[in-house]
Design a protein around this ligand. Structure first.
Ligand code: GLP
Length: 260
């Protein structure tokens, strides 16, 4: 696992550079998209590179990590709408090439199975962007999730609903109780995982992710088994890392041409 400690804006540039390099190499690449505040500067940087540098998403495919169950089709916090506003509509990405699990399906289990098939039919995800919850969840795989789980319905923890209430006028009652999420096993099949975390409130989750024992209690720890995982953190999110100076030394001595 590679750990990079830098200011948030630099982290966003690094992630955007990795995505741009992938799209220039493979215009039909499959990108895994995360919602939440962590990737928003990455999306800003990608939109800038589209406008100023001609970076194109016209042939790319996008798969979202997760979706709330039951939010109305036009609800601004429905993740499909969030991703459209944050990135897809800011670049040349045809709407039908970006998909998420269908949280409004009448048969949610069938929707999850269909989503797994769609990802497999696209050839799997090349680069998956990730954030991390304060309780160590990735996508919406809450503590206790099977490390081998596939796309399924999950109950959100009270902690996650409280954390996400800021997107719902600060009212936790408006935050849905359930979601559909790619499983940890699904996420682990992506060829490159790029996780962003900023702020002191993420420090314990980041410490567990990178240095803790692999455990369903901290679902992100499953990433320790991934052969190509990159963890991008600011000073505050890195503040509990025991081996921070080693990660800095390793990254500082890396050849600039190598990329993430
Ligand atoms: C949400 C999302 C996750 C996200 C996490 C952290 O609940 N389902 O995909 O990574 O919480 O969010 P943020 O980046 O806003 O802190």
């Amino acid at each position: 696992m590679e750990v990079v400690i830098a200011p948030a804006q630099e982290l966003a540039v690094l992630a955007a550079e990795a995505i741009e390099a992938l799209l220039r190499r493979r215009p039909q690449a499959v990108l895994g998209l995360a919602t939440g505040s962590s990737p928003s500067q990455v999306y800003d940087e990608l939109a800038r590179r589209h406008a100023e540098g001609g970076l194109s998403f016209a042939r790319a495919r996008g798969f979202m990590l997760d979706e709330y169950v039951g939010l109305a089709a036009d609800h601004p916090e429905r993740y499909r709408n969030v991703i459209a506003a944050d990135i897809a509509e800011r670049v040349d990405w045809p709407a039908d090439q970006v998909q998420g699990p269908d949280g409004l399906a009448s048969d949610l289990s069938a929707a999850c199975a269909a989503y797994e098939r769609a990802i497999a039919d696209a050839g799997g995800v090349d680069l998956q962007l990730l954030g991390i919850g304060t309780d160590g969840h990735i996508a919406f795989n809450e503590p206790g999730s099977s490390l081998a789980s596939r796309t399924r319905i999950k109950t959100l923890t009270t902690q996650t609903r409280v954390d996400n209430a800021r997107f719902f006028d600060g009212d936790v009652e408006q935050v849905p109780t359930h979601c559909l999420t790619q499983g940890l096993g699904t996420i682990m099949e992506a060829r490159h995982l790029v996780l962003l975390a900023t702020g002191r409130h993420k420090a314990e989750a980041v410490h567990q992710l990178v240095e803790g024992p692999v455990s369903a209690l901290w679902p992100a720890t499953v990433m320790q088994f991934h052969p190509h995982a990159t963890v991008l953190v600011d000073e505050a999110a890195a503040s509990r890392l025991q081996l921070a100076s080693y990660y800095r030394q390793t990254y500082d001595s890396k050849p600039a041409w190598q990329g993430l």
